[in-house]
Ligand binder design. Structure first.
Ligand SMILES: O=C(O)CCC(=O)C(=O)O
Length: 224
């Protein structure tokens, strides 16, 4: 009887600490001027591998383009842009029009929405073939996005370091993004913090990142 009681006690203690861990893992990672919540892996490893394989083959991956100092740059990293409507999204001075959701993207979007408790209408995907491909410091404050809305970033594949830097104090915060994990950024984050995915020679395997976004309503795009 004692052993049973002891077992119940231990189980309730374990559940309590799991609860605390769940709350703790959703604490704001930014010390001020914004909110970033890291939930860790929210998709089990088998589903993560299967989502990765499907996205790798079914997404319309294209090399990203940017106009920097008037010069057109083509990245090794590939990107894709999907959404509820053919939303026009301009960043690095290049405009993309969203493609229609695939069933897999909608399933992953549902998981992000459940955790973040908001609806997303678009997703920018990035495919990094190895750790040598990354993304430079930037913020996602484009005028097409809902101001102070939520961006949900899901990672599939290689674990990569993700860093924030405050634009005034230069304080940095780093998070290691695990496969199947979710990170959300919201409120004033894009006003005060830049983020980047630093390149590294230590990672040799690929990673897919999906950033679910909230676009403002746009006038319909006319077919020309
Ligand atoms: O791959 C990542 O985690 C970063 C992606 C990113 O910064 C972006 O899409 O704006």
């Amino acid at each position: 009887m004692f052993a049973v009681k002891q077992g119940v006690y231990n189980a309730s203690k374990i559940f309590k600490s799991m609860e605390l861990f769940a709350i703790d893992s959703q604490q704001n990672r930014l010390p001020y001027d914004g909110c970033a919540y890291y939930y860790g892996p929210i998709i089990d490893p088998r589903a993560t591998t299967s989502y990765y394989d499907i996205l790798r083959s079914e997404i319309d991956w294209r090399n990203d383009e940017a106009i920097i100092f008037g010069k057109r740059i083509i990245t090794k990293r590939k990107v894709a842009w999907y959404g509820d409507a053919p939303y026009a999204y301009t960043y690095s001075k290049v405009t993309k029009h969203a493609l229609s959701w695939t069933p897999t993207l909608e399933a992953i979007k549902g998981l992000a929405e459940e955790k973040a408790q908001v609806k997303f209408n678009s997703c920018l995907l990035n495919l990094y073939h190895t750790g040598t491909e990354g993304m430079a410091w930037h913020s996602d404050g484009e005028k097409e996005l809902v101001k102070h809305g939520v961006i949900a970033s899901m990672s599939l594949g290689a674990e990569r370091k993700f860093a924030f830097k405050h634009i005034r104090t230069k304080e940095t915060v780093s998070i290691s993004l695990q496969s199947g994990s979710l990170l959300t950024m919201q409120d004033q984050t894009q006003d005060y913090w830049q983020h980047r995915l630093p390149p590294t020679k230590k990672v040799t395997t690929p990673r897919i990142n999906l950033t679910f976004r909230q676009m403002r309503a746009q006038a319909p795009v006319l077919n020309t």
